[in-house]
Design a protein around this ligand. Structure first.
Ligand code: 3PG
Ligand code: MG
Length: 399
């Protein structure tokens, strides 16, 4: 299934609604990582060069359906203006008069102008995929383009319900690139194919882990989610993060892996401490060692790094999502950094998804060695798990 591309859509002189994922980390009004903004710039520039009026729309955070100043996209408008070197008109609401007025002003300027709409999630109808809200958004523009791969796994109004309102709709350049690279891993991956899943919660990733079991040759599980597996195996976990109600899910992952002949690798040793603190006293223990007491496991240990790096050494396709420990706090970053370097050394396709793994790859200075760094976390995982992404499904096929 090929999707129409913005390259083939009639956009000259038109108002283009461009759904982007500008859900970037912001601290005290400052953007701390603008990867998702810069990743969308080629599409924005293409539309501007073609003489379109570009209406950008995004969500930011989870404001729960009502305006909240800390989730305003205003800082993104300012940053975008400096990246593009041209003014960006900010509309204080994504529908209604503020949106219409901003677009009309941009058009009056003669096209090739950029408008950024305020956070879509300030309206509860966005996440409900509401028909009236979708129609209100759609009434703003002539052409629809989705470049928000990171939000494509959400059946929300701006990625799903509004799309059928348009006769001209398609994918942006970033969306196309994501689908191409991730599609390569999904379609006919070179083997061995190794999946690395980390991060805090099993519950976030359980479905994806299950579907990955049908595709990968080896599955590495690290990070806090490993402790739910350890608990299910009756091992000592101290005060490590455990999802008590996900032990059955962990057991079923283990038995499915066995049934499918997938090698499942869990940590064999870990770095434990009493607090997530840069100055905390740490110890390396085997994961079976009851000496953990009431401490927490916060990183994988050196024997595990060795084990995981070995499992990656002959890999030809690697998909990595989620850190191996609390890598933002220095004594617990070693394992995640080592896995970043092991991925960088792989002779094959390496695909990194999820904000934390991407940050780790950047911190380890190996980003340029990866085949593809996805702007989607949940979206890339769901796609690789073989699930249909609502935001992709909504785009019309070329034939
Ligand atoms: C993300 O950062 O995961 C995407 O922007 C989607 O956001 P969400 O997880 O809040 O739906
Ligand atoms: Mg998310």
């Amino acid at each position: 299934m090929t999707k129409h591309s913005i390259r083939d859509l009639p956009i000259a002189g038109k108002v283009v609604f461009l759904r982007v994922d500008f859900n970037v980390p912001i601290k005290e009004g400052r953007i701390t990582d603008d990867t998702r903004i810069t990743a969308a710039l080629p599409t924005v520039r293409l539309a501007l060069d073609a003489g379109a009026t570009v209406v950008l729309a995004s969500h930011l955070g989870r404001p729960k359906g009502a305006p909240a100043p800390q989730f305003s996209l205003q800082p993104v408008a300012d940053h975008l203006a400096s990246l593009l070197g041209r003014p960006v008109t900010f509309a204080t609401d994504c529908i209604g008069d503020p949106a219409r007025a901003a677009i009309a002003a941009a058009r009056a300027d003669g096209g090739s102008r950029v408008v950024l709409l305020e956070n879509l999630r300030f309206h509860s109808e966005e996440e409900k995929n509401g028909a009236a809200f979708a129609a209100a958004l759609a009434s703003l523009a002539d052409v629809y383009v989705n470049d928000a791969f990171g939000a494509a796994h959400r059946a929300h109004a701006s990625v799903a319900a509004m799309v059928p309102h348009f006769t001209s709709a398609g994918a942006g350049l970033l969306m196309e690139k994501e689908l191409t690279y991730l599609g390569m891993a999904l379609g006919n991956p070179a083997r061995p194919f190794v999946g690395i899943i980390g991060g805090a919660k099993v519950s976030d990733k359980i479905e994806v882990i299950e579907s990955l079991l049908g595709r990968v040759d080896r599955l590495i599980i690290g990070g806090a989610m490993a402790y739910t597996f350890f608990k299910a195996l009756g091992m000592p976990v101290g005060r490590s993060l455990v999802e008590e109600d996900k032990q059955d899910a962990a057991r079923s992952v283990m038995s499915h892996a066995q049934a499918r002949g997938v090698q499942l690798l869990l940590p064999v040793d870990h770095v434990v401490a009493s607090a997530i603190d840069p100055g905390a006293e740490t110890a390396v223990l085997e994961v079976r060692d009851p000496a953990i007491g009431d401490r927490m496991g916060l990183d994988i240990g050196p024997a595990t790094v060795h084990l995981f790096a070995d499992a990656l050494a002959d890999a030809r396709t690697v998909v990595w999502n989620g850190p191996m420990g609390v890598f933002e706090v220095p004594p617990f970053a070693t394992g995640t950094m080592a896995i970043a370097r092991a991925c960088a050394a792989v002779q094959g396709t390496t695909i990194i998804g999820g904000g934390d793994s991407v940050a780790a790859v950047n911190a380890a200075g190996v980003a340029s060695k990866m085949t593809h760094i996805s702007t989607g976390g949940g979206a890339s995982l769901e796609f690789l798990g073989g699930q249909t992404l609502p935001g992709v499904a909504a785009l019309p096929d070329t034939k």
